[in-house]
Design a protein around this ligand. Structure first.
Ligand SMILES: Nc1ncnc2c1ncn2[C@@H]1O[C@H](COP(=O)(O)OP(=O)(O)OP(=O)(O)O)[C@@H](O)[C@H]1O
Length: 261
């Protein structure tokens, strides 16, 4: 279902939105007072596109991702994922939506060393009390180029291969949106590039089933951000700029402008 965009959100030039943030504010209360992590953020993440989120430390990147993924609730404003507004959903419905429509990849791979790559990918289905769909698990491992290594355990894989298993685990439910938080942060340059090329290919390769893959990635690395279709720059809880398909040098220059002197 394609929902109508709220008036405050600028529609991107093409395609329906996979995730919409409308005037999202997130304020934390700490002992030293209120912290305004997000201040009225509105953005539509177009389905089938790759967006990088950058900004200085403390600018609100992780909060934006947590709120967009329903892991945290906004203090004000609304979030919609795959056509469903998150506010008002029960905890169970939110968990179901997250399980079916969202995939997560972090800097740490969070794999179980005792399980094979295949069983790591199948684990979320098992934990949810479902029988894993063998074809979907193998399909996800094929998508990340690891079909031949399905029986290896994480200690028998390189860091880059382990991250690809983690991506396969995130992809195996064919989520509408893949959220990645510093997915290359623990990898060397070469392995990091492979993971970024993989994320790029997921977006570029037409899906045989389900919606086009949408990727939203938080990163500190301008080179990583250069793989995205669009870079959003955050500062002090606000979106302060965007760049379309840009190179690492230009992205780095914009970041330098945003860093506090
Ligand atoms: N649970 C919390 N309680 C209080 N303040 C918080 C909480 N989570 C985040 N903050 C504050 O909100 C602001 C934004 O934090 P956030 O983690 O989103 O920034 P970030 O851009 O991801 O930073 P980094 O690049 O350092 O990871 C910061 O000032 C942070 O200290």
């Amino acid at each position: 279902m394609t929902a109508t965009l709220p008036a405050t959100v600028q529609a991107p030039p093409s395609g329906p939105p996979a995730v919409v943030l409308d005037d999202v504010t997130r304020t934390y209360r700490s002992r030293s007072g209120k912290v305004h992590a997000l201040r009225g953020v509105s953005h539509a993440f177009t389905a089938g596109t790759f967006t990088a989120i950058m900004g200085p430390s403390g600018s609100g990147k992780s909060t934006l991702m947590q709120v967009a993924a329903g892991l945290d609730r906004p203090s004000r404003g609304s979030v919609r994922v795959a056509g469903t507004t998150l506010s008002g959903l029960s905890r169970t419905s939110l968990t179901k939506l997250r399980r079916e429509s969202m995939g997560f990849v972090f800097q740490q791979y969070n794999l179980l060393d005792a399980l094979t790559a295949y069983d790591n990918v199948a684990l979320p289905a098992r934990l949810a009390g479902r029988r894993p769909d063998r074809a979907a698990v193998i399909g996800a491992l094929e998508q990340v180029g690891l079909h031949g290594l399905a029986r290896r355990r994480p200690p028998e894989l390189s860091g880059g291969q382990q991250q690809r298993v983690a991506i396969a685990r995130a992809l195996h439910t064919r989520p509408a949106v893949l959220f990645a938080d510093e997915p290359t942060g623990a990898l060397d340059r070469h392995a990091g590039r492979d993971v970024l090329e993989l994320l790029r290919n997921l977006v570029d390769t037409p899906a045989t089933h389900g919606p086009a893959q949408t990727v939203v990635m938080v990163t500190h690395d301008p080179l990583a951000a250069s793989y995205a279709d669009r870079v959003l720059f955050l500062a002090d809880g606000r979106i302060v700029g965007q760049m379309e398909r840009s190179d690492a040098a230009r992205i780095a220059a914009r970041m330098t402008d945003l860093e506090p002197a």
